[in-house]
Design a protein around this ligand. Sequence first.
Ligand code: MG
Length: 131
Amino acid sequence: MTEKNPALQPLSIAQSQAIVDQWIRSVGVRYFSELTNLAQLVEEVGELARIISRTYGEQSFKESDKSFDLADEMADVLFVLICLANQTGVDLESALRRNLDKKSARDATRHQENRKLTAMLAKSRNEAEQE
Ligand SMILES: [Mg+2]
């Protein structure tokens, strides 16, 4: 019987919050204050924005930017957000479910009725058909 590699198993948001909490209490000693973590979150979002700007926007990469990793920067953002959720008592899994329900009810037809979205989709479909 082969043992399943835990690193390859699905990881729920609740499990992620527990793992981050365990990591903070062992490796990290304690949580930074909420205000420090908010500043950290903004810093990490800035690092993510730098990569997005240089990859999909008009900015070019400097030599020093080339080691940045998009997935790793997204994980940095998620890590700090999870820290903030843990220290403020937020269950992110429940919050995401409630949030998706809210968006689904509120925006049930909004995006389908957005001509800017639908026109762009029709244009890209027409271009694909002509290729
Ligand atoms: Mg980072």
